[in-house]
Write a protein that binds this ligand. Structure first.
Ligand code: NAD
Ligand code: ZN
Length: 359
């Protein structure tokens, strides 16, 4: 079966386009209980930018600190219950932030219309009803969460997305000015998520002309941003990175991610490592699987003076390594794509444990 997916309905791109958000949300004002729910990264609290959020007095603006942990099913359930009990159902949910906020906005939009805990819906096509109108405004680029059909949540049992057509944003607002303040290390790790999406999407059995066209374009943009003569955090590169993130997301959607993401999920679930950083931790050691990608990635780390720790696995117990390998090997679709249909004859739990021991 070939993948047949719904895309974002509307996209506005360009420096300063955040000023159009007010107009965009007002088109939804008459829906549900006629208030807007803004979910905003805590970084912006008290900053000049906060004043530009076009919220009216009846709207709710909630700030989230995404740093202690990535979005959880408990965050989503509590938020939904609190808003529903106090104000009802919003006309639209607007997420302003990075991948964590994109996932929160997508998930809560679905959970306003689907009963019970979000843990019930972690998986593919388990959601029963469309969510409410949701708008994504990325402020850090790379994960592709603005375009993907999943809202990744960590639950009591698994780190897995609410994945279905209705997860996809109705509207995204891509204003490259919003990513200008991202600290250099996060700019690097999150941007590398795009790079790794494209490499993993390309180097596997599900690669195809559609996914690789997006992937090749995103890779060319990444090379300009991280390796070119004018590499670095410039206005021009911020524009490129925003587009690369979206295209990298499209590339993996129509192909698949691979070993890096399978390992990254293990590192996030068991050790709480952040997605993009965890990818970098793993990717540096996978040159036998992704030779060209790891070589170029190493050049990028050198160019931007990024020091990734090595030898961290020495501190891990056998139990920790086994737990991470168990999370990882269950992501069968990723191993299947990366290694091939006969992957089970080549990859065992011990192989995956050895991969973690490389870190
Ligand atoms: P994030 O949302 O976790 O934010 C990272 C950091 O950047 C935070 O400290 C945040 O406060 C800060 N930040 C954001 N915008 C800023 C700005 N403009 N200026 C200064 N600081 C800013 O980062 P992320 O890497 O984009 O997202 C990671 C999350 O995305 C993980 O939870 C991961 O599971 C998820 N993810 C989702 C998908 C998907 O398809 N849904 C794909 C990949 C990753
Ligand atoms: Zn990723």
């Amino acid at each position: 079966m070939h993948k047949n997916f719904k895309g974002i309905e509307k996209t506005v791109f360009g420096r300063g386009c955040f000023s159009q958000l007010g107009e965009i949300v007002e088109e939804q004002r008459n829906q549900n209980d006629r208030f807007m729910l803004y979910l905003v990264d805590n970084y912006f609290k008290g900053k000049e930018f906060e004043k530009q959020i076009p919220a009216k007095s009846s709207d709710v603006v909630t700030f989230f600190d995404v740093d202690p942990e990535e979005p959880t099913t408990t965050h989503i359930d509590n938020l939904r219950d609190r808003i529903k009990n106090s104000k009802g159902i919003p006309a639209a949910v607007i997420g302003i932030g990075g991948g964590s906020i994109m996932d929160l906005a997508k998930a809560v939009s679905l959970m306003f219309t689907n009963e019970g805990s979000s843990t019930k819906y972690q998986g593919l096509n388990l959601i029963k009803k469309p969510g409410i109108y949701h708008i994504g405004v990325p402020t850090i680029s790379g994960t592709g969460a603005e375009v993907s059909m999943t809202a990744v949540l960590t639950g009591p049992e698994k780190k897995l997305g609410l994945k279905c057509e209705w997860t996809v944003f109705n509207q995204v607002v891509l204003d490259p000015d919003l990513i200008a303040t991202v600290p250099r290390d996060k700019w690097f790790y999150t941007g590398m998520d795009t790079y790794i999406h494209c490499i993993e999407s390309r180097d596997g059995i599900l690669n195809n002309a559609y996914s690789s066209s997006y992937g090749n374009q995103a890779l060319a943009l990444c090379r300009d941003i991280y390796l070119g003569d004018k590499s670095g955090q410039t206005k021009e590169n911020d524009e490129k990175l925003m587009v690369a993130s979206l295209m990298g997301g499209m590339s993996l959607t129509y192909s698949e991610v691979g070993i890096v993401h399978a390992m990254s999920y293990g590192l996030s679930k068991i050790l709480g490592e952040k997605h993009c950083y965890a990818n970098c931790l793993a990717f540096q050691h996978l040159s036998d699987y992704y030779p060209a990608g790891v070589k170029e990635f190493t050049e990028m780390t050198k160019k931007h003076n990024i020091q990734l720790p090595k030898g961290i696995s020495k501190k891990w117990s056998e139990e920790t390594i086994t737990a991470m390998a168990n999370v990882s090997i269950k992501l069968e679709h990723m191993w299947n794509h990366a290694i091939g249909l006969d992957w089970k004859s080549k990859i065992t739990l011990d192989t995956v444990k050895d991969l973690f021991r490389r870190l």
